[in-house]
Design a protein around this ligand. Structure first.
Ligand code: F6R
Length: 369
């Protein structure tokens, strides 16, 4: 049932291009409009939404952090993202015009379920993004957009995460379409690129051998840091989470702009630091800033592992290891930059002799609060 792979996680990483394509299937029409009729919240209600709140845990929370950038940019609706376990205890401000998005692979995570129940009690609509048909979270929500990753067996979430991102992009674009906000050439171009993105994910998978080699060479390290900016920041958090849960290593993700506010003190000789570099096109100011960050940490002895777009030459002089990903629109970049981090964590875990599919102390679905 592992289809020739040694671990479910490897199989599930390899299934990502298909999972992404399946999640898009039938949801973008040939004219480039979103057809999300399955989201049974009437357009009239969606046009009234004045706040979006995403609740989720772990990896699904990281998908939510990325969704915020897409939702605010494409719809101009304010969006908050909150750890489901913190949400209801804070007495959050919700009303019938708030749209709450609950993201969950399993559909059974108790923290997320309690957050959505709390939201519904306040009269808010809840849209679930879920990978498990008929599970509790979609059953208790007003509407559901299913991700179509197929069953995810490995405890560490991989293909479910990529499909959660796709679902978040679809929801953001759909909200933009329904409300007529920013619905112009930029959106049309993004929809076109999204429709093609599974090919880019496939291309990344085909170039992962050097990443595996690098991971094996770092098996004796204690700490790995991850830096990113903009949507690359949640990707850095996700890379660190994967490394903690699989390799049992100390790993931390930072927004690169925060380096100078503290974390730069951690940099020491030969410390591996993974940097997720934003596209030099689009928000190029951020690109230039992160290139300076790479220079700074390298000058302090860090071993820089740089994930950058094909054709980005500015990073070359400062990258001890360079991992290339295909060029994508800025907001879609996490779909390609996450993949090397999954492979990296999986290979490091194996090299350290860990059980990749069943990390210690973890369960696939967390049905207690
Ligand atoms: C990390 C991981 C967990 C889950 C989290 C939420 O690899 O798998 O962090 O993402 O427990 O689970 P779901 O999505 O089932 O609600």
């Amino acid at each position: 049932e592992m289809g020739g792979y040694d671990y479910f996680m490897l199989k599930e990483i390899a299934e990502q291009p298909k999972a992404v394509a399946d999640t898009l299937l039938g949801r973008i029409d040939p004219a480039g409009s979103l057809t999300l009729d399955e989201v049974r919240i009437p357009p009239r209600v969606l046009r009234e939404v004045d706040k979006v709140v995403v609740v989720a845990c772990g990896t699904a929370f990281h998908a939510g952090l990325i969704a915020k950038y897409a939702i605010e940019h494409w719809t101009r609706i304010p969006c908050e993202v909150e750890l489901a376990s913190e949400f209801r205890y804070r007495d959050p401000i919700l009303d019938p015009r708030s749209l709450v998005i609950a993201i969950s692979q399993s559909g059974e995570t108790m923290d997320t379920l309690m957050a959505l129940r709390h939201a519904r009690e306040q009269g808010s609509r809840v849209l679930a993004i879920c990978n498990t048909n008929g599970s509790t979270i979609p059953r208790e929500s007003d509407a559901v957009l299913y991700t179509r990753a197929g069953p995810e067996v490995a405890v560490a979430s991989t293909k479910a995460f990529l499909t959660q991102l796709v679902a978040c992009y679809l929801v953001a674009l759909y909200l933009g379409q329904v409300r007529g906000t920013k619905w112009g050439d930029e959106i049309r171009a993004v929809v076109r690129d999204l429709a093609e993105i599974s090919g880019a994910v496939q291309r990344v998978l085909e170039t992962m051998e050097p990443v595996r080699e690098l991971a094996r060479s770092l098996a004796g390290k204690d700490t790995v840091l991850f830096l990113g900016r903009h949507v690359g920041y949640p990707v850095a958090l996700e890379g660190a989470l994967k490394l903690k849960e699989l390799a049992y290593m100390h790993a931390e993700g930072f927004a690169a702009g925060e380096l100078k506010h503290g974390p730069i003190a951690l940099i020491e000789e030969d410390l591996p630091v993974v940097v997720v570099v934003p596209s030099p096109r689009g928000r190029s100011v951020l690109h230039d800033k992160i290139v300076s960050n790479i220079q700074e940490i390298r000058a302090r002895g860090a071993r820089t592992i740089v994930i950058a777009e094909e054709g980005d030459e500015a990073v070359v002089p400062y990258a001890d290891h360079l991992i290339r990903v295909p060029a994508t629109p800025t907001l879609l970049q996490p779909l390609v930059t996450t993949v090397p981090l999954q492979v990296f964590a999986c290979e490091l875990a194996t090299a350290r002799g860990n059980e990749v599919d069943q990390p210690r102390n973890l369960a696939k679905s967390v049905t207690v609060e």
